[in-house]
Design a protein around this ligand. Sequence first.
Ligand SMILES: Nc1ncnc2c1ncn2[C@@H]1O[C@H](COP(=O)(O)OP(=O)(O)OP(=O)(O)O)[C@@H](O)[C@H]1O
Length: 218
Amino acid sequence: MSLIEFIDVSFESGNDKILDHISFIAEEGDYISIVGPSGSGKTTLLKLCNHLISPTYGTILYNNKDLNEYEPTELRKKIIYCSQIPCLFPDTVMDNIKFPFQIRGLKTDMEKISKIFSMFKMSTDYLSKRVNVLSGGEKQRIALIRALLFKPEILLLDEVTSALDPENTKIVENIIVSLNKENTAIFWVTHNPEQSRKFANKLLYIEAGKIKSLEVLK
Ligand SMILES: Nc1ncnc2c1ncn2[C@@H]1O[C@H](COP(=O)(O)OP(=O)(O)OP(=O)(O)O)[C@@H](O)[C@H]1O
C-alpha cells in the first residue's frame, strides 16, 4: 500500500531548481536508501516528507491524503526526521529525552528510556550531561534515541552515522533493521555504498534534482 507518494514534485528557490518534477511511491514497510552526489537534493527530499518545507510545484500524499492537510506537529510524531547535524536543545540530555513524552502529554518513563539506552549500548549516565560537552557521534546517537522513543511510521535518516565508529554504526544499523521489521518505513540518505545496499529493499538515485533510478534490491 502507498505510504508516501510524490506526484510531479519540484522545489525551487529563486531560479534554482533543487528538485525537478520528481515522482515516486514509497510503500508500507519500505526501506529506501537515497543516494546521489553532494548537492543533488537528497536532504531536500527528506525535509519535504516531514513538511519542514513545502513543494513549490506538485503534490505529496501521505496515506493517500495531501501532506498539507495534516497538522505539522501531529505529522512529525509519525514522520520523524533525523538530520546529519543533530538538532538538540542546548540543555541536558535528559531535557532532550523528555521532549517526546512532553509533546504527547505523558509522564517520563524511565524504564522505557533505560531500555532504549541499553539498545544503543549507552549508559544512562549521559542523561545528566549537557549536550554541549558531547562528541559528534554521541550527539547523533542521542538524537536517534529521542527519535525512536515512540515508534515512528516513517523514519527519515540523513547521514546519521557519519560521525560514528564502525562498531556504533553496526549497532545503529541493527536497530534500524529491527524497526523496519516492525513496519516502520525507512528513508536513509547515505554516502556509504555498502550501507546503501546492505539492508534496503529499494535504492533511489538522485542527480541534479532528478530521480535517475529507483532500483528494487529485494
Ligand atoms: N532553501 C534553500 N534555498 C536555496 N538553496 C537551497 C535550499 N535548500 C537546499 N538548497 C540547495 O539545493 C541543493 C541541494 O541541497 P540538499 O541539501 O538537498 O543536497 P544533498 O543531496 O542532501 O547534499 P549532501 O549530500 O551534500 O548533503 C544544494 O545546492 C543546496 O545549497
